[in-house]
Design a protein around this ligand. Structure first.
Ligand SMILES: Nc1ncnc2c1ncn2[C@@H]1O[C@H](COP(=O)(O)OP(=O)(O)O)[C@@H](O)[C@H]1O
Ligand SMILES: O=C(O)c1ccc[n+]([C@@H]2O[C@H](COP(=O)([O-])O)[C@@H](O)[C@H]2O)c1
Ligand SMILES: [Mg+2]
Length: 232
């Protein structure tokens, strides 16, 4: 069984922190970080606003990211070994790939590959504050957050929602521990549901399993958010 899980959402929402915790907790789990696919700095366009356009999809080599996902899909065991992840023989039928990044659900060839799409949100003020404490490889020039980062976040999120991409919203104002427990439990439930769907048909004496939809693995859509925090 293969499960691709997206940990997406706003910059500084806590994606990398959550992903690191999940990676430590889940067996046979690999990760791909979207920001490892930034194009070289001299290929990042400068916008009409005068800012380097770090927060647009064109600044990322998404074809290369997709190739990496496909390498995992074709052999999770080989991929894990190549990335120094120990494969646990007793859990070797189940493999999880975490994709982590701020523009995970805007690149069409990837969007249907997820079994689960999480989307972290935090309010504008919190985001701006957390961002001011971060050190990126290329430091933010003055005005970048209000002039480029936040408007691009709004734009891509609106597009995602207009396109009907179903995500599970996570409130990034919750504690690290609470977010970790919530998502870990949800992934473990998905795994249980998947493995039940893979069982052979029950013997006649057993009660029939419900033929529910929406819990499965593979190329199905995640459930819609029960509620969506008002954070934009
Ligand atoms: N749940 C949380 N509550 C408060 N601060 C958090 C939380 N998760 C992460 N942070 C902090 O917010 C900043 C951004 O976290 P990070 O995981 O790098 O976010 P992202 O990868 O989404 O940009 C870091 O300083 C991190 O320690
Ligand atoms: O990783 C880099 O090389 C890099 C260089 C310049 C800027 N970034 C910023 O990285 C942000 C995405 O990462 P994150 O962890 O904040 O979601 C995005 O908002 C970019 O503005 C990232
Ligand atoms: Mg990050």
């Amino acid at each position: 069984m293969k499960l691709i899980v997206g940990i997406g959402g706003v910059t500084n929402g806590g994606k990398t922190t959550l992903t690191d915790s999940l990676l430590r907790a889940l067996a046979n789990c690999c990760v791909i970080h979207q920001d490892d696919f930034y194009k070289p700095q001299d290929q990042i366009a400068v916008g009409e606003d005068g800012f380097k356009q770090w927060d647009v999809l064109e600044s990322l080599d998404m074809a290369a990211m997709l190739d990496t996902v496909q390498a995992w899909l074709s052999s999770p065991q080989k991929f894990a070994r190549a990335h120094g992840v120990g494969v646990q023989p007793e859990a070797s039928d189940t493999h999880i790939l975490l994709l982590e990044g701020f523009l995970l659900y805007s690149y069409k060839p990837l969007v249907d590959l997820y079994s689960r799409r999480y989307f972290l949100t935090i309010p504008y003020e919190e985001c701006k504050w957390r961002r001011s404490t971060r050190n990126y490889t290329v430091p933010d020039p003055p005005g970048l957050f209000d002039g480029h980062v936040w408007p691009m976040y709004r734009k891509y999120r609106q597009e995602m929602e207009a396109n009907g991409v179903e995500v599970v919203y996570l409130d990034g104002m919750k504690s690290r521990e609470e977010l970790f427990r919530e998502v870990l439990e949800d992934i473990q439930n998905s795994l249980l549901n998947c493995s039940q769907e893979e069982l052979p048909a029950p013997a006649p004496a057993c009660p029939a399993r419900p033929q529910g939809r929406g819990h499965g693995c593979g190329h199905r859509t995640a459930r819609p958010a029960a509620s969506q925090p008002d954070t934009v």
